[in-house]
Design a protein around this ligand. Structure first.
Ligand code: SF4
Length: 492
């Protein structure tokens, strides 16, 4: 075997779409190309041993914000024990600020941007000459119809056990400065009929859970409607064998025709990831995010009340110009709209994103190590940022987990952000931990807080928490996966 495509996924359940695109586009080299995925947290020596077992001449690694540190160690070890192997890097993390990175220094070549054309070309040159002169190769972006679709590369085991990522389009026309997709400037659709044919064949092979990585699924409403109709037809034909689809929506663009279609989906079939990020118009202007807040709010309210879609809505703390009070107002406003989950992310400075232009003016201090999380701004101190980080973690445990559906309204009362922040501060003071808090212990702590800090009668607090823990709680479809929205945009 000559070429090995590899990456470290964040979880086993996340099958890498990017590697499968490369494999599908290897041309005459496909027969001598294999795919080997790992999961972060695996021992470096074991990863290197398993790579060497394939005896490859070239190893191509997909580098993302979540795996760059571990993959750096893998590449360093690989080049020590097998210096004859050529290492090629690709992926969003090495596509920008390429020259500064340790992993790039260790590797032989880098492909930035799109890899489907340039990676196989580079492999041909490495194998058959003439040897490439440059270390960094800018990926060529071919017409969408020329890209071989990757879906046949999902194995039966992938279909049975892993999330199937699919994409009907790449890119985004919006310019939110914290997001890597802002550099695309436009979106490019794949030919729709060919894409739907691939969905059909995945469905025929048994796939029932489809996660769209399109940045803005509802950009072209005609296309969105055809894709949704595909799923509605499947549901009509086999109502007892449900399909489940996940899409990312821009919230202020939901024409009536699309709403009508959304309303036809039964419970448990549809999930929307909706980016709000901030409701503060000044902050939106600072990061060049165009969003009609009134329309966005009305659409979220409509989705929450008139459809069965499960709604995850994203907010980002730490954006330039946002202080805790304005973030709190946005949080309370969003909570009042009734989404099922608020994904509360802390800003990350993704390599290549234009948000860097605000660093001085807004006193933005980022962690220099991945995932480059914001540590402080001119409006949020380091200490307060850590309180927000803990709030986000506890919010996942208590609210997004769906384990405290009866208790949560009492905990949040009339001021959700302020009340939950008080609870978060109390919980941290009593546990000194944000992880490894077992559900039983968490339930006892919630009960204790309601008694001690909120003066709820002991029996009332006990009965309230018991009603949740007794098992009558909502289980979100993907409760284990609460990835960073910004990072999720890089998942393909
Ligand atoms: S945050 Fe969403 S809308 Fe904004 S650039 Fe990124 S993908 Fe596009």
């Amino acid at each position: 075997m000559t070429i090995l495509l590899s990456t470290l996924n964040a979880r086993y359940a996340h099958a890498s779409l990017g590697l499968r695109y490369l494999l599908a586009n290897m041309g005459e080299l496909k027969g001598e190309t294999r795919l080997q995925e790992f999961v972060i947290g695996a021992k470096t020596t074991e990863i290197v041993e398993r790579i060497l077992a394939h005896a490859p001449r070239i190893v191509g690694f997909g580098i993302y914000i979540w795996n760059v540190e571990e993959t750096t160690r893998v590449v360093a070890m690989l080049k020590r024990v097998a210096p004859h192997i050529t290492v090629v890097l690709g992926g969003p993390e090495v596509s920008y600020e390429t020259g500064e990175q340790e992993i790039v220094k260790l590797a032989d070549y880098v492909v930035t941007g799109w890899g489907e054309v340039t990676f196989p070309q580079l492999c041909r040159a490495i194998l058959h000459g003439p040897q490439p002169l440059m270390k960094v190769h800018a990926g060529v972006q071919p017409p969408m119809a020329d890209i071989a679709l990757p879906y046949a590369e999902y194995s039966d085991a992938d279909l049975a056990h892993r999330t199937l990522y699919v994409e009907a389009s790449r890119g985004c026309p919006f310019k939110c400065e914290f997001c890597l997709s802002s550099l695309d400037k436009t979106a490019w659709p794949f030919p729709l009929d060919a894409f739907l044919a691939e969905l059909e064949s995945l469905y025929q092979r048994g796939a029932r859970l489809f996660k769209f990585v399109d940045r803005t699924f509802n950009l072209n409403v005609k296309t969105s409607m055809r894709i949704m109709q595909f799923f509605l037809d499947k549901i009509d034909a086999a109502p007892h064998d449900p399909v489940y689809a996940h899409f990312e929506l821009v919230p202020d663009h939901l024409p009536d025709a699309l709403k009508e279609q959304i309303a036809k989906f039964p419970p448990g079939a549809l999930q929307f990831e909706i980016g709000i990020q901030s409701f503060n118009p000044e902050v939106q202007a600072n990061v060049s995010r165009r969003q009609d807040n009134a329309k966005a709010a009305a659409n979220i309210r409509w989705l929450a009340s008139q459809s069965h879609a499960h709604l995850h809505v994203d907010l980002i703390a730490g954006l330039p110009g946002e202080d805790i009070d304005s973030f709190a107002r946005g949080f309370d406003q969003l909570w009042a709209l009734g989404p099922h989950e608020i994904q509360f992310g802390i800003l990350k400075r993704l390599r290549g994103t234009p948000i860097i232009r605000h660093t001085e003016n807004f006193g933005m201090v980022y962690d220099p190590y991945p995932p480059y999380t914001i540590l402080a701004t001119d409006r949020i101190t380091f200490t307060d940022m850590q309180r927000l980080v803990r709030f986000a973690r506890y919010w996942d445990l208590v609210a997004n987990s769906g384990r405290f559906t009866h208790t949560l309204p009492v905990l949040l009362a009339a001021a959700p952000f302020a009340q939950f922040m008080a609870f978060s501060d109390w919980l941290y003071a009593h546990t000194d931990a944000t992880h490894r808090i077992a559900l039983d212990r968490l339930a006892k702590l919630v009960e204790q807080y309601l008694r001690e800090a909120r003066a709820l009668p002991a029996e009332e607090a006990r009965a309230l928490v018991a009603s949740d823990i007794a098992g009558k709680h909502r289980e979100p479809h993907d409760s284990a996966a609460a990835p960073i929205r910004q990072a999720r945009h890089l998942a393909a």
